[in-house]
Design a protein around this ligand. Structure first.
Ligand code: 3HC
Ligand code: NAI
Length: 719
């Protein structure tokens, strides 16, 4: 847990040994305390170096321990003792110094960092604050504005930035540990008092209150309803206004208010869910750690529309050569210019040169003979996609993987028209594809484990959070979106307004409510799909009673909005009105209010007052209910996968953990009771009927979300 050695006859080298990130578990803290005591008491030792095994200094406190009672020596007294010791202590930072790891570096009298090291206080992203003196020492060392920025955002910084800020003393390209030992030998005779950060006076700007006010407003705007950044600001204020001994007490009080909060539990759940989601497994026993991905050097994208362009950028910026295909010369040229512009802006932002030499643009599928993988991103039209896949099957070498970016069509039907169904898989990106982190990897029944492994690994290489899902209409994300959006439009019929519904969802934590989001995405897309599936337009069966399709409730208001040419932001009108086409400033539109009033009177609907609680319950419980069905159907392997999809693809607020975690926090019994209540009130809405899995989990005593999988495993899996 911590190795103790004497090097160069007089330097105690303490190496943290807790793979994979040398987290400060109770055993590590215990071993560190013992090692420090030994070093300080041994007269042969004149200086100490602390480093981490396997090129990683320390990833901070062991987050897994947060769920149980504190065991082992607490961190604060241990760190205070290191700082107060009379022998110089040098931190040798390689890899990462995060959270408690960074706080450990702050108590060392000197810091040497490898040039590739990253430092940061990411506690805020886990719903807590740096509670081992971080909020008190960092402002003393680098001043209030810089410390506030790092602590309230959790941003990681490079070794070079840490040097500029005065956090580290030297950056090296050599072995940081060896450099630190030499440094320690030179530091032996030097006085230590100015190196004890807790003894420094915080450099305090004259307009402290105004500064804190501005940061508070920014934080409230960016992270609506999130507690941790606000507590961080209060802790930093204490560093500016109190001596260290009092400030550290304030830090600890603030930590106590956060530590057991629902938000902290949700954010820590998200941390682990994100890491669990990459660990896919198939009923055949093939899984993430026994299936080898293929190496992808070259790829092709078919269709340079909204999605295709972003996918090209995502591939090229990680060094994959890309051939982009369009159907017409003009479209090819437009797409090419857009891609080049996007890549150049992206490269400029990252301070690298744009990899334009990796790109090739063509009108001919014949050019794709030798690529390793193809991603099709043409219109959402099954007949067209089938033609493309048949063609690809003829043109590409037999080993080429064929992927589709369809947002909901049957991946297996596409596999069926090729000569290699085992090499076909869905790679469902989200818009804009070079920005959004989510990738749904849609596994058809015939996709091979090597194909799935390759798509997952390619996603990771592009910096995406990849989640393996089964093949059904809409897969996971878009399948769940339907009941959620349906509830929002039903609530409009019953008396709510778009702005009321959006406000309730935004107060819950979504960056945008459902109607503002639809205006941004474009209302015509869904309208076209509804027309094609006979839900609206001339193909509707006239025998359908109004407001009913296929025997269930149907709300035609979105169709009526589109019939008026209101397609959202792009036309300057949608559920809201905008200053101009393409405008983003949404204002309530009296014309929508009139439309709703006329609609209600035509169908003799008596509008009623609808509470925010009903909005949240109907939208979010319907969403989670579909999630339970998805688990039941084996389309997602575990609730964490669904939550990760919603966090990274649909803007679900992270401090709520995702729809499934949120349901577990509300209490499954309560969710079941409310769904039963709403289903009784709206029997023609099948999505409100509680799913059998939800009922089963309640009957089993509502186990924790991490154990739901045990209750699902006997059911059929599509993965
Ligand atoms: N505690 C417990 N487990 C941790 C951990 C931690 N601090 N950090 C990482 N892990 C685990 C991960 O869950 C994962 O486990 P798995 O293999 O079972 O899935 C494994 O270590 C490897 O992690 P990653 O897959 O994330 O590895 P990467 O190489 O991609 O990233 C990292 C490494 C940058 C260190 C990243 O893991 C990370 O950001 N970790 C969290 C850092 C953090 O938030 N520290 C603050 C903790 S709170 C604190 O210190 C409080 C203090 O103020 C008192
Ligand atoms: P788009 O309409 O912007 O672009 C499609 C492009 O494909 C057009 O430029 C068109 O000229 C081209 N194309 C059509 N037939 C072609 C052919 N035979 N050969 C070469 N190019 C051809 O569509 P968008 O939005 O990019 O969608 C593409 C696919 O991605 C669809 O399947 C869609 O469902 C899916 N998708 C869309 C998302 C979105 O938010 N727009 C999100 C996720 C997936």
């Amino acid at each position: 847990m911590a190795r103790y050695e004497l090097v160069k006859r007089s330097v105690a080298l303490i190496t943290l040994t807790n793979p994979p990130v040398n987290a400060l578990s109770s055993a590590v803290r215990h071993a560190m305390a013992k090692s420090m005591e030994q070093a300080l008491n041994d007269p042969k030792v004149t200086a100490v170096v602390i480093c981490g095994e396997n090129g990683r200094f320390c990833g901070g406190a062991d987050i897994r321990e947060f769920a149980g009672p504190l065991r082992g020596p607490p961190l604060v007294p241990l760190l205070d003792a290191i700082e107060a010791g009379e022998k110089p202590v040098v931190a040798a930072i390689e890899g990462v110094a995060l959270g408690g790891g960074f706080e450990l570096a702050l108590v060392c009298h000197y810091c040497i960092a490898h040039f590739k090291a990253r430092l940061g206080l990411p506690e805020v992203t886990l719903g807590i604050l740096p509670a081992a003196g971080g909020t008190q020492r960092l402002p003393r060392l680098i001043g209030i504005p810089a410390a506030l920025e790092l602590i309230t955002t959790g941003r990681h910084i490079s070794a070079q930035e840490a040097l500029k800020l005065g956090i580290v003393d030297q950056v090296t390209e050599q072995n940081a540990c060896e450099v630190a030992v030499e440094f320690a030998l030179r530091a032996v005779a030097k006085p230590l008092s100015s190196r004890r950060v807790s003894m420094l006076t915080t450099p305090c700007p004259p307009d402290l209150d105004a500064l804190l006010e501005v940061v508070t407003m920014e934080v409230k705007k960016k992270a609506r309803g999130v507690m941790a950044p606000l507590a961080c600001i209060q802790a930093v204020r204490a560093a500016a206004t109190m001596p260290y001994s009092k400030g550290i007490k304030r830090e600890s009080e603030l930590m106590a208010t956060l530590f057991n909060s629902g938000q902290a539990r949700a954010l820590q759940y998200c941390f682990f869910a994100q890491r669990t989601a990459g660990k896919w497994t198939l009923p055949s026993g093939a899984q993430w750690n026994n299936s080898k991905p293929r190496e992808i050097r070259s790829a092709a994208i078919i269709g340079l529309g909204t999605m295709g362009r972003g996918i090209v950028v995502s591939l090229a910026r990680v060094g994959i050569s890309v051939i982009a295909v369009e159907s017409e010369k003009k479209l090819l040229e437009t797409g090419k210019q857009m891609v080049i512009g996007m890549l150049e802006r992206d490269a400029k932002r990252r301070g690298v040169s744009a990899s334009l030499n990796l790109l090739k643009f063509t009108l001919s599928l014949q050019d794709l003979k030798d690529v390793d993988l193809v991603i099709e991103a043409v219109f959402e039209d099954m007949a067209l996609k089938k033609r493309v896949f048949q063609e690809l099957s003829k043109v590409c070498r037999p080993a080429t993987l064929l992927c589709t970016n369809t947002s909901g069509l049957d991946v297996d039907a596409l596999a069926g028209v090729t000569d290699r169904p085992h090499l076909v898989v869905g790679m469902h990106f989200f818009s804009p594809a070079h920005v959004m982190k989510l990738l749904e990897v849609v596994c058809g029944p015939r996709s091979s484990s090597e194909t799935i492994a390759t798509a997952m690994s390619l996603g990771k290489r592009m910096g995406k959070v990849s989640v393996a899902v089964g093949n059904c209409p809409g897969f996971v994300g878009n399948r769940m979106l339907k009941p959620y959006m349906d509830q929002a439009t039903f609530l409009l019929e019953e008396g709510a307004t778009p702005e009321q519904i959006d406000k309730a969802l935004e107060d819950f934590g979504f960056a945008m409510g459902v109607f503002r989001m639809s205006d941004l995405a474009g209302l015509d897309v869904g309208w076209r799909i509804r027309k094609e599936s006979g839900l609206t337009g001339p193909d509707v069966d006239p025998k359908n009673p109004p407001r009913r399709r296929h025997g269930r409730r149907y709300c035609p208001i979105p169709d009526m909005v589109c019939e008026q040419g209101r397609f959202g932001q792009k036309t300057g009108r949608g559920w809201y009105m905008y200053d101009k086409p393409g405008g983003t400033n949404a204002k309530p539109d009296p014309l929508i209010q009139n439309l709703l009033e006329m609609y209600r009177s035509r169908y003799a609907i008596q509008p009623r007052n609808i509470s925010d609680q009903e909005i949240i319950e109907r939208c979010l419980f319907a969403l989670a209910n579909e999630g339970f069905r998805i688990l039941e159907d084996g389309i997602a392997a575990r609730p964490e996968d669904i939550d990760v999809i919603y966090l990274f693809g649909y803007g679900f607020p992270r401090h709520r953990g995702g729809p499934m975690f949120y349901a577990s926090m509300v209490g499954l019994e309560r969710v079941l009771e409310r769904l039963e209540h709403y289903h009784q009130a709206h029997p023609d809405v099948p999505h409100l009927e509680p799913s059998p899995l939800l009922k089963k989990l309640v009957a089993c005593g509502s186990p924790s979300v991490q154990t739901w999988r045990e209750h699902i495993k006997t059911m059929h899996s599509h993965l």
